[in-house]
Write a protein that binds this ligand. Structure first.
Ligand code: AMP
Ligand code: MG
Length: 494
């Protein structure tokens, strides 16, 4: 286990050279303190947990002192935001410190978000709010707990300074870990400024670091694009399966590793509604739940355009034509899992379609529905029946469903257990998250942040001893979102 001063750093992005970033140190902050530190994330970078207790932990991760061995840089990137190209993005308020290799050889980028303006700041303050930092911190833990690739966070560090948004707010820094910080927008940046050799360099970097198996293939760039396409399709299928809405699927928020990246106005589905987006500023619903798969394709098209000097355009088109098939395959597998079905044919696909139509019509809570379904066909729980305005609609659905279960003739205990392993009991409902943020901001009480972190690291199981230790009442957290807070929407800057 490493101490803070002895991380196993590598700096392969830095080695790409100054065209790709601005080298810069974090700006100091006043009076930093720990809001919450995450033992699971520490383990990822091989950090000894005792290091949380040292005053240097806060010094280093507030940016007041540079971690020995770190080589901080702000990455240059651009990207399509809400369908429009923005040539000037880049890390305006965050710095990549380098990658830390853990004991099993996996390297995690360590990134400080909120550590002062860089040359990409475009007049903004370079800081992050406490509320946005807590959102990203818990969002990552919740998505990880669901078994979906995502950035994690080592800690949220509060600062004794206000940052000014619509109102003055407490500021913070987030220590983010990611397998990659290379975005679709990193490629776009060099493509649209006519620097194809830099696009090639970036592609080679990504292959070397993330996909070394294809490095020696003659068509390695085509394989890179195909791999990213598969990973993106799989990621979005996973989001759909748990009702996760990213909220801002701009191309600068999509990584080359297919990881959930950049948590802003994200949310989890309450009552099933494909048109819902938690992003208040997305008036046209470009990034609504039901459009995420299509947007994934759109974003991949933009990535493909940057690679035309490396891959023939018709090959890119052919690869992109596979996207829907690949997505559908992942999606049906995941939906089959949620329904406890193994034969995945057109009948199952048909059931899924009808099911969603009914969930929508009856405004059924997405998460609770699947969790309660695990008791069927042994029984049809009353609390499942009660979710439908007209139980006859549910019965018709269950008749079809029963036939599909019976043709597989499963062991019902085994089936239930498997379903409960993929249908979460707890999700990060925005009202729970907002309550934790409120307590943090108004009472300087961070215990609810900790409680949610603990709860969501295993959202499938009741853990009575742990719940008791942290004062977690499972029924409270597993409950349906109150009417007053259903479909909560958030602004990008919030
Ligand atoms: P995001 O919405 O976090 O994806 O950010 C979009 C762009 O705005 C990125 O280039 C960020 O670095 C930049 N940005 C957002 N907030 C700030 C801020 N407070 N200071 C400087 N740059 C920012
Ligand atoms: Mg972003």
């Amino acid at each position: 286990m490493a101490t803070l001063e002895h991380f196993n750093w590598t700096h392969s992005f830095f080695e790409l050279g100054p065209d790709f970033f601005q080298a810069k140190s974090p700006d100091p902050v006043a009076a930093p303190y720990i809001i919450d530190a995450n033992p699971e994330a520490a383990t990822l970078i091989g950090l000894d947990l005792a290091e949380f207790e040292r005053p240097e932990f806060v010094e280093y991760f507030s940016g007041n002192r540079l971690l020995p061995g770190a080589q901080p840089l702000a990455m240059d990137y651009s990207g399509h935001q809400f369908g429009l190209y923005n040539p000037r993005l880049g890390d305006g308020r965050g710095l990549l410190l380098g990658a830390v290799q853990n004991g099993s050889g996996h390297a995690w980028d360590v990134y400080l978000k909120g550590c002062g303006p860089t040359r990409f700041a475009r007049g903004f303050d370079g800081r992050a709010t406490l509320r946005a930092s807590i959102r990203e911190y818990l969002g990552g833990e919740a998505v990880h707990g669901l078994g979906i690739p995502t950035t994690r966070s080592l800690a949220v560090i509060g600062i004794g300074e206000l940052v000014f948004r619509e109102t003055p707010q407490p500021g913070a820094l987030l220590v983010r870990l990611s397998d990659s910080h290379v975005r679709f927008g990193s490629f776009e940046n060099f493509h649209y400024t006519n620097r194809p050799e830099a696009v090639t360099q970036l592609a080679d970097f990504v292959i070397q670091r993330h996909y070394p198996d294809i490095a020696n293939e003659a068509n390695k760039y085509q394989l890179l694009f195909r791999t990213v396409m598969h990973k993106t399709a799989r990621l979005i299928a996973q989001w759909q399966s748990v009702g996760f809405i990213h909220g801002v699927m701009n191309t600068d928020n999509m990584t080359l590793t297919g990881t959930t990246f950049d948590y802003g106005p994200f949310g989890f589905m309450d009552r099933f509604n494909p048109d819902f987006t938690p992003n208040q500023t997305d008036g046209h619903g470009r990034y609504a739940f039901g459009r995420q798969a299509e947007i994934g394709h759109w974003n991949l098209t933009k990535l493909g355009e940057t690679l035309t000097h490396l891959i023939a355009p018709e090959i890119i088109t052919e690869e992109l034509e596979q996207y829907q098939t690949v997505f559908n395959r992942y999606y049906l597998e995941l939906m089959g899992g949620k329904l406890g079905l193994e034969i995945l044919d057109s009948e199952v696909a048909g059931l899924v379609g009808t099911l969603f139509q009914k969930l929508y019509e009856h405004q059924v809570d997405y998460t609770l529905f699947f969790r309660r379904l695990a008791d069927f066909p042994r029984e049809t729980p009353a609390n499942l029946r009660a979710m439908f305005n007209d139980p006859a609609d549910l019965d018709a659905l269950l008749d079809l469903y029963r036939k599909l279960i019976e043709r597989e003739d499963p062991d019902l205990d085994d089936r239930k257990e498997k379903m409960n392993r993929v249908n979460p009991r707890f999700i990060l409902r925005n009202y729970l998250l907002e309550r934790a943020i409120d307590q943090a901001m108004k009472q300087s009480d961070y215990s609810e942040v900790e409680r949610l972190r603990i709860l969501l690291q295993d959202p499938y199981n009741d853990r009575p001893e742990i719940f008791k230790r942290y004062g977690i009442d499972p029924e409270l957290y597993a409950a349906e979102t109150p009417d007053s807070h259903v479909e909560m929407r958030l602004s990008c800057s919030a």
